[in-house]
Design a protein around this ligand. Sequence first.
Ligand SMILES: Nc1ncnc2c1ncn2[C@@H]1O[C@H](COP(=O)(O)OP(=O)(O)OP(=O)(O)O)[C@@H](O)[C@H]1O
Ligand SMILES: [Mg+2]
Length: 507
Amino acid sequence: MSFLEIDRLSKAYPGVQALKDVTFVVEAGHVHALVGENGAGKSTLIKILAGAVRPDSGSIMLDGQPYHPHTPKDALAASVSTIYQIFNLLPDRSIAHNVLLGREIRGPLGLLDIGAMHRQTAQILEQLYAGYLSPAQPVDSLKVGEKQIVEIARSLVNESRLMIMDEPTSALNQVEATALFNVIRSLRQQGVTILYVSHRLDEIFELADTVTVMRDGAHIATQPVTGLTRGLLVEQMIGRTLETIFPPRQATTSTESLLVVDELNSGNRLIDISFTLNRGEVLGVAGLSGSGKTELGQALYGDQRIDSGRITLHGKPYNPNPGKALRNRLVYLPEDRKGEGVFQEMSIRRNIGLSVLERLTGLFGFMNLRREREIAGQQIRRLDIRTPHMEQEVLNLSGGNQQKVALAKCLSIDPEILILVEPTQGIDVGVKFEVYQFIVDQVAAGRAVVLISSEVSEILGLSHRILVMREGRIAAELVTDATDQEEVLRYAIGEARPAAGTPHVLG
Ligand SMILES: Nc1ncnc2c1ncn2[C@@H]1O[C@H](COP(=O)(O)OP(=O)(O)OP(=O)(O)O)[C@@H](O)[C@H]1O
Ligand SMILES: [Mg+2]
């Protein structure tokens, strides 16, 4: 008998068979990874285990007992907790309130013991390498990665037998992810079983005991990680081989500056930021959560107040402004696709159409519907957006396919400068390659990209130069060919020269 037995689970949505007779088992005390392309059915399976979605057919056994949760409460009662791909936090409450929701600490008079709640929360945050967050901070003031940490902190408070994590690291940087891995390992030691979805294959090899591959709603394989190669895993996932992850990077030849940033300041989030972006180059921006790299992207787009400093675009002074960005052929892919990247309740076609509105508006101001369909169709094919049709509302797409719509909105504009924040978050390995190829093609065609990412390997694989940010400042400007992952991370965490024998926190 295995701890979790999933037997012939099926689930259909209009136009999509999300799960087809999925059968596999999960052993107690294992870290069991679940991988597959965007739209493969991973989140659907997880939602069923979490009691958020009912299957059409099939059955589940948990620890020898039939397990058919009708609501998330049923799942919690069976000691199954879930970290979803989409956040589930109360935005106007503090971090401590969210982390200890349902487990508030009360004093002798039954009043909330805020001090004790803050202390306990601080302790958990510290464990997750997020000691810089204050438990009293309201959640809606947090950035995506920080919200993810709060989600994880909350699930740690619930003592679970089965902990399900749907892409917990997609918004985390390397240091935070490493801290999470340590937490997962210690949970495993305590006998907790973990079902773990990720598109970052390195993590699977680092962390998991067993891995299950799904494709197009069907179960493909369940196997031990030991002895498995990356190539085979990728082939199981996408049905073909993929030799490299990063397309070759061309040397930059141009010294023409498209964008010059001079002594930019914004509160204590951005301090004395100066750099240039040349035609034909990818400028990577690395840094931990809270380092200011997200704010830098927002400031360049005009979504962040600027206190002082100068920005020059195409040789002219530029005052960033989202309304004018497009006319200046500057596009911005925001970090938080749910908040700003896409309109969840609109169709894929409209989402893509809106971003090219100016080009599509005809002589009399009418939208050229045929053109809109054409462009949306192109992007859907190019990024392999998995959907029954282009009229599908974005909120019904899988997480990675939503991210592809956000990307498609940027790609359909024909920009000159692209500011991309976490462009591949939640995107599967096959499409990641397409996105990387797209970035390389852009700069080969004389455009320029600011690549803001928490995946250091992605920055090293694509950028020509790298800015490493820490505490609102540029801690280092590095030439990619002359640096490596370790150096970038050392600048990011502020120990550029660790003493010999210091334990290596980054694993
Ligand atoms: N509420 C819904 N309505 C319609 N279709 C849905 C709904 N939820 C999921 N789907 C579809 O079911 C399929 C499986 O989606 P699911 O979210 O399980 O994929 P996933 O493997 O988690 O992908 P990703 O890696 O992109 O997160 C997709 O084709 C998706 O569009
Ligand atoms: Mg998913």
